[in-house]
Design a protein around this ligand. Structure first.
Ligand code: AMP
Length: 226
């Protein structure tokens, strides 16, 4: 069983690296942001409560976040473990988390605000199939159109310059106390997230002591990343 939480400023690569870990090690990815986006898309009561605040880049209230996390973790649908993306985000959430759950490690993705701004403002997602693009690193072949399904590419509602400023400020204000609390329970691995995704992912695996899964047809002996 492997239980990790990924913390880092918006745009530091939490979802990219969380998705790679979950895919290769058969873990379940739990993203509070994705859960709330699902509610907004499906016009639920929770969606109506959080929609405007999220679009403005504000954090959702702790009581609701904790209820959503509790429900999600109580599903117990992970056999091999989970990667939590973007939780806890402040002292109260960290206290709740530590009282309620155990984790093996915290992956802390570190990156400068200027690089974050550049990355986030270049993010696009396919409105049909959800494929992510970056206008810097992975441009679609045809502007505004998904390579896989020809869906329309859109920016997230909260990937505006103004909302991003709020999100970065919230993050910088809260990260110190969050890490201080998490360190009491699990090792915190500080990862330089400024490099290309393959380098960052390899560093994460090295620090977590994870061997790469075998490539198809390679047999069962995994190779440790370096
Ligand atoms: P993310 O996808 O992690 O960037 O989250 C998108 C938005 O969802 C955030 O800007 C918040 O509005 C909300 N959100 C996600 N996680 C949390 C959290 N742990 N606490 C409060 N709000 C959250």
């Amino acid at each position: 069983m492997r239980k990790y939480t990924l913390v880092g400023v918006p745009g530091s690569g939490k979802s990219t690296h969380g998705a790679r870990l979950t895919h290769d090690f058969d873990l379940v990815r739990i993203s509070v942001g994705d859960i709330f986006r699902w509610h907004v898309r499906h016009h639920t009561k929770i969606g109506a409560r959080v929609r405007d605040g999220m679009a403005a880049g504000r954090l959702v209230g702790d009581t609701l976040v904790e209820a959503v996390m509790r429900d999600r973790l109580e599903q117990h649908d992970w056999n091999h473990g989970f990667v939590i993306d973007g939780f806890p985000r402040n002292r109260r959430q960290a206290e709740f988390f530590l009282e309620t759950y155990d984790i093996d490690a915290v992956i802390y993705l570190e990156i400068s605000d200027s690089q974050v701004r550049e990355r986030v403002l270049a993010r696009r997602r396919c409105s049909r199939c959800g494929t992510d693009y970056s206008l810097i690193e992975s441009r679609p072949r045809q502007e505004g159109t998904c390579d896989s399904c020809a869906g329309r590419l859109v920016a997230r509602d909260d990937d505006t310059s103004e909302a991003l400023t709020t999100r970065i400020q919230d993050y910088r204000r809260n990260i110190g106390p969050v890490l201080e609390l998490l360190r009491r329970k699990a090792p915190v691995f500080v990862i330089d997230a400024s490099g290309d995704p393959d380098t960052v992912q390899a560093e994460i695996r090295t620090r977590l002591g994870l061997a790469s899964p075998p490539a198809p047809g390679e047999g069962s002996t995994g190779r440790a990343d370096s």
